[in-house]
Design a protein around this ligand. Structure first.
Ligand code: SF4
Length: 463
């Protein structure tokens, strides 16, 4: 759970990077960082907290140069807080290099132990540092790849890194006079490229380009290495995988609804999840309400399909962060009450269907249902626009451990009783797959336990 952005060549590169990463704030709120480069030196600012509060005008003024990369972070590996903020900048055999990473490496521990045994020192506890620590270890050119003369001094080193790391990664390297964008062969995390005049922009999601009135060009393909420098743009399809495994949870919850990722509009797919849920449901109700914000789009689909009025029965206070991505349980509970308030005008005496995007721990839903009853709802039927979450994610989304997942501890009936709903229903796995067009290109392991990439570090953890 991170957002990344990059800018190649603009006198406003640091400011552009700031606005791009600001638009990706929903992908991580623990820390933010921007690095720029003037062809000689790399300048960085990294802070804990959110973009708007953390980065000041004077910080941007310190960032020189016409290239920049930026990052917002929510920790999936390594410590939380500002300590592992990115971009990570390191002296390497190729000079000083900056990198930003969205994803999670499944062989992080084994690689790190191997490198430490060889005397390599690590400054951070996050897996992302490996993209720099492995740089210079060796070179590699994948079969069939014809390198442009401009790329011969750098790309074989990057190809070597990519040969070594396994798992989920969308990465931007700022290296000498180049920006290099990389997406893992499974395509777990999104990464998009846009244009504003002659400036090339990168962002985790296409929604970020709107803020700069820039044009969304296309997605970086899975397994693609995309280079931009003064000689132009080059693309290499260097790494192939037996299958694609784009994260379906990006569509369920994580990505912004106005983004185009994985070959589709998040809005359309999320709405279809709601429609599909409605087709699988026979409950009678007077009103459909969403848990804002991520329940809004599926609730629209559900209400349209059922022909039941859609209303705002819960009002969100926008000055609080999203509860799902707060690290401690204590804070999460408090934040639900701070964040949502019942709208008595639409609830009193009604049979209410309340739509949420996912049900992970169950504690939030319980509080919401109590809140709706207190506000006068006659019946409360909770509908979840995704299947039960039964497995943790090892590819970059912060789902809890298997034990914490409510669907692993209780039956559907027990969950319904625990959250005190009149009824509870999830979208089926088949329904979810239908909503994404039955394309066999998605990872849905947290719902199906069908993990596309073996997690080597789990074996290591058991030793
Ligand atoms: S396990 Fe779930 S959250 Fe993780 S990549 Fe797969 S679909 Fe996404």
């Amino acid at each position: 759970m991170c957002g990344i952005a990059g800018v190649y060549k603009s006198p406003h590169a640091p400011e552009y990077a700031y606005f791009l990463i600001y638009s990706l704030q929903h992908r991580g709120q623990e820390s933010v960082g921007i690095s720029s480069c003037d062809g000689k030196e790399i300048y960085s600012v990294k802070k804990a907290g959110r973009v708007i509060e953390a980065i000041k005008q004077e910080d941007l003024e310190k960032l020189k140069g016409d290239m920049a990369i930026a990052h917002v972070r929510y920790s999936t590996a390594g410590n939380a807080g500002g300590v592992n903020a990115q971009p990570i900048v390191k002296e390497t055999p190729l000079g000083k290099v900056a990198v930003v990473h969205n994803g999670n490496l499944v062989n992080f521990l084994s690689l790190r132990r191997e490198l430490e045994a060889k005397g390599v020192k690590f400054e951070y506890s996050s897996d992302s540092e490996l993209f720099l620590s492995l740089l210079g270890e060796d070179t590699y050119i994948p079969e069939g790849v014809n390198l442009h003369p401009e790329d011969r001094k750098i790309l074989p080193y990057i190809f070597h890194v990519l040969r070594r790391v396994k798992g989920a990664y969308s990465v931007l390297y700022m290296i000498r006079d180049k920006l290099v964008a990389v997406r893992d062969p499974y395509g777990f995390r999104p990464l998009c490229v846009g244009r504003k005049g002659n400036t090339i922009l990168f962002a985790s999601e296409s929604c970020a380009f709107e803020i700069l009135e820039a044009e969304f060009w296309r997605e970086i393909y899975s397994g693609e290495v995309f280079v931009v420098d003064k000689k132009g743009i080059r693309s290499y399809r260097a790494f192939k995988s037996p299958r694609k495994a784009m994260c379906v949870f990006e569509f369920v919850y994580f990505a912004r609804p106005d983004s185009y990722i994985f070959g589709d509009w998040v809005y359309n797919v999320r709405k279809e999840m709601g429609r599909q849920l409605a087709r699988e449901d026979d409950v009678k109700a007077d009103v459909v309400i969403p848990v804002p914000d991520s329940g809004v789009v599926p609730a629209l689909g559900y209400a349209e399909e059922k022909g039941i009025p859609f209303e705002y029965g819960l009002i969100r206070n926008h000055y609080v962060g999203r509860s799902f991505i707060e690290p401690t349980q204590e804070l999460r509970n408090l934040r639900v009450l701070m964040k949502l308030s019942p709208n008595r005008a639409v609830l009193k005496g009604k049979r209410v269907v309340v739509i949420d995007d996912s049900l992970v721990r169950g504690t939030t839903s319980k509080r919401i249902i109590t809140m709706l009853r207190r506000a006068g709802a006659k019946e409360v039927h909770l509908r979840i626009a995704s299947p039960p979450v039964v497995g943790p994610c090892y590819y970059g989304i912060d789902t809890p451990t298997k034990e914490e997942l409510i669907a692993n501890r209780m039956s559907l009936e027990e969950i319904g009783t625990f959250i005190e709903a009149d009824s509870l229903k999830y979208l089926s796995l088949e329904g979810l797959r239908k909503a994404v067009g039955n394309r066999e290109e998605f990872c849905d392991a947290c719902f199906s336990l069908n993990y596309p990439v073996e997690v080597e570090d789990l074996k290591l953890a058991k030793v």
